[in-house]
Design a protein around this ligand. Sequence first.
Ligand SMILES: *Cc1c(COP(=O)(O)O)cnc(C)c1O
Length: 234
Amino acid sequence: MTTQRADELRTNLAAVHDRIARAAADAGRSAEEVSLVVVTKFFPASDVRLLAGLGVTDVGENRHQEAEAKASECADLGLRWHFIGGLQSNKAAAVARYADVVESVDRAALVPRLARGAADAGRVVDVLLQVSLDPPGRDHRAGADPATLASLADEVARTPELRLRGLMAVAPLDDDPALAFARLAGIRADFLSRHPDATVLSAGMSGDLEAAITVGATHVRIGSAVLGTRPAVQ
Ligand SMILES: *Cc1c(COP(=O)(O)O)cnc(C)c1O
């Protein structure tokens, strides 16, 4: 059973690496500029262990309790844990104790809480600011309004327990990802002019990784294309 699952994961990983390489080549980029974060939410720690054995170095989770349990169960694997989910203020400090990268920072209220968790754990935590790509006027599902990004970035940049590394975004479900990611590229250019060292761009999922790599994604977050279909409940 384990061997069968390992074979399945190996095949899927190879296919994803292939897509990344092709998309990078089409964009005139090197595939080495694009890191793979495998999103393991809803899948067991045993899968995380198999993935580590297949060379995966970065994993993503979106729910605090599940992430905390898996990170602790897999602490011996030396993985980098990315927290990619909506972050409740009262959970932020706890997340900063195990997450190496918090990708979903979308409001200033999270900053002191993340800093406290990082300080408690004696570590510096990498932070990405999640920016909303929803067209203006729509209710923001998740992510900072681009208009608030500059002040949020300054807030993180002046916090010694956190390291501002870049931006994260999710293409809106009902929008052409190429158009959404084109907006993201503009937002990022503006952001980089103020924070030139924060070069990470986490964008692209199983369905739209090519469009994200075209606009300069440095990290793609891939779940179902590697692990298979998740249970429908989110
Ligand atoms: C679940 C999730 C992903 C992975 O999605 P897939 O379509 O399964 O690749 C990526 N990013 C975020 C923020 C997610 O919640």
